[in-house]
Design a protein around this ligand. Structure first.
Ligand code: GDP
Ligand code: GDP
Length: 438
């Protein structure tokens, strides 16, 4: 499982800037989809071959006790409790503030590994101003500049020392005989346990007996229509006799880790509640992580036709960036729509792991360019020569050529659309990467 790093600090010290810096790799691709990047709090990062999850905890007010601020503090506490490492962010330009001491006191009793980052320290690596940060009793301060990208690497190296590189993470070709790892993600009470119990109670689905829990999470192997699956715990689901129950409060970290660990994610939305911020956040994370995804709108039985219309609209607005994902209306409780959901899951997995032959990709690329060439940038017109598949789950298409740095994001999306259409790729994000020919 990926290690989790939580960013904690008072407002304006540069946490979101640091967050963006640590997770920057994919933002450019998705930046112009509404509803996605605006207000993100968690993302994937990578240092060499090591992957990790970053949580930006938002503003932190340890002593506040009202409304939204209280909720933020609660979520911060939970993120800290579930993180492997905390990066405590401070600001060298304002110096130490009273609130920094409060946060330090809180973090000390939280009993976590904490690294102290002193931000906005561009060009100040040896400045005497860093000295006062020792007062916090959080070890040596790490001077960084989130805005200028200084000191980030060594901060991350320090954060991840206990997590060794995963030697064969890169080369992992999906094993066709391996079970399909499946996660059901969604807010509390959307109906995750009901769906899972519906699944596991079906005759056509054989659940293997498992000795309860492994490590922290449960992984339930089962078979359906001749395919092997493994269900990954997201919601602190625990086995109780023959049924599963969500006995823990919603855990962002468990959800993120399960998504990272899955091949296919069922994103469950409660039809009676509409698409919330949290739903959109989870959806954004699924997109980032590259997992195949199927959206299940649950409790379809419980809403009338007016509510259905409103719901369709909120899905269009807030989950526009998951347009490639099939949308299923289900009732886990009444066992409606379960068959089509399985088919969508199988199709999404098949798309995500499809083999895309180089000759076909290259032909499609040439046809696409002929139909609409990439825009010239000054003296340069990008020249797209050939394409090959660089990975699966998600499918990665690597395009080789010249002046590729001038290919716009919208042109990449145009190409993606052409590839998707030809290979009938549904339910999986795709990545288009550009590689300069020599
Ligand atoms: P947050 O409230 O902790 O998430 O802080 P933000 O990331 O929103 O940053 C607050 C302000 O500090 C913004 O105006 C940033 O541009 C600025 N900032 C962030 N990182 C740096 C940095 O490394 N150097 C300088 N000089 N300014 C920074
Ligand atoms: P979880 O927290 O996501 O695991 O949600 P649960 O499976 O515990 O379901 C929360 C509540 O929603 C329970 O009262 C369920 O009976 C109810 N529920 C789940 N699925 C449906 C459904 O399809 N229709 C209706 N009307 N209620 C449902």
């Amino acid at each position: 499982m990926k290690p989790v790093i939580a960013l904690v600090g008072r407002p304006n010290v540069g946490k979101s800037t640091l967050f963006n810096r640590m997770t920057k790799s994919r933002d450019a691709i998705v930046a112009d989809f509404a509803g996605l990047t605006r207000d993100r709090h968690y993302g994937d990062g990578r240092l060499g071959s090591r992957e990790f999850i970053v949580i930006d905890t938002g503003g932190f007010e340890p002593d506040s006790s009202t409304g939204i601020v209280k909720e933020m503090a609660r979520q911060t506490r939970q993120a800290v409790a579930e993180a492997d490492v905390v990066i405590f962010v401070t600001d060298v330009r304002t110096g130490l503030a009273g609130q920094d001491h409060d946060i330090a006191r809180y973090l000390r009793q939280a009993n976590k590994r904490v690294l102290l980052a002193v931000n906005k320290a561009e060009g100040m690596a040896d400045s005497p101003l860093l000295g006062e940060f020792h007062e916090l009793g959080m070890g040596d301060p790490h001077p960084v500049s989130a805005a200028h990208g200084q000191g980030i690497r060594s901060l991350l190296e320090a954060a991840l020392v206990d997590f060794p590189e995963d030697e064969d993470a890169e080369a992992a070709e999906p094993d066709e005989n391996a079970p399909i790892r499946l996660a059901v993600a969604g807010r509390p009470n959307v109906g995750k346990s009901t769906l899972i119990n519906t699944w596991l109670g079906e005759e056509r689905l054989i659940a293997f007996d498992m000795p309860g829990t492994t490590r922290d999470a449960i992984h339930v192997p089962f078979e359906r229509d001749g395919k092997r699956f493994e269900l990954i715990d997201t919601a602190g689901l625990r086995r109780k006799g023959r049924v599963f129950e969500a006995i823990e409060k919603f855990s962002v970290v468990k959800t993120l880790q399960a998504i990272a660990d899955a091949n296919v994610v069922v994103l469950m939305v409660d039809a009676t509640q509409g698409v919330s911020d949290q739903d959109a956040h989870i959806a954004g994370y699924i997109l980032d992580s590259g997992r195949a995804v199927v959206i299940a709108i649950n409790k379809w039985d419980a809403i009338d036709s007016y509510q259905r219309q409103m719901l369709e609209r909120s899905i269009e607005q807030r989950l526009a960036f998951l347009k490639f994902a099939p949308l299923l209306h289900i009732s886990a409780l009444k066992r409606q729509g379960i068959g089509p959901l399985w088919k969508a899951i199988a199709d999404a997995h098949a798309s995500a792991t499809k083999k895309l032959p180089t000759p076909v990709l290259t032909r499609l690329l040439h046809e696409a360019v002929e139909h609409q060439a990439p825009k010239r940038a000054g003296a340069f017109r990008p020249k797209l020569r050939y394409a090959h598949q660089g990975g699966m789950n998600p499918p990665i298409i690597v395009i080789h050529g010249n002046s590729l740095e001038h290919v716009t994001d919208s042109y990449k999306r145009y190409l993606e659309g052409r590839f998707r259409e030809h290979f009938k790729l549904v339910g999986t994000p795709m990545r288009i990467e550009m590689k300069l020919s020599r």
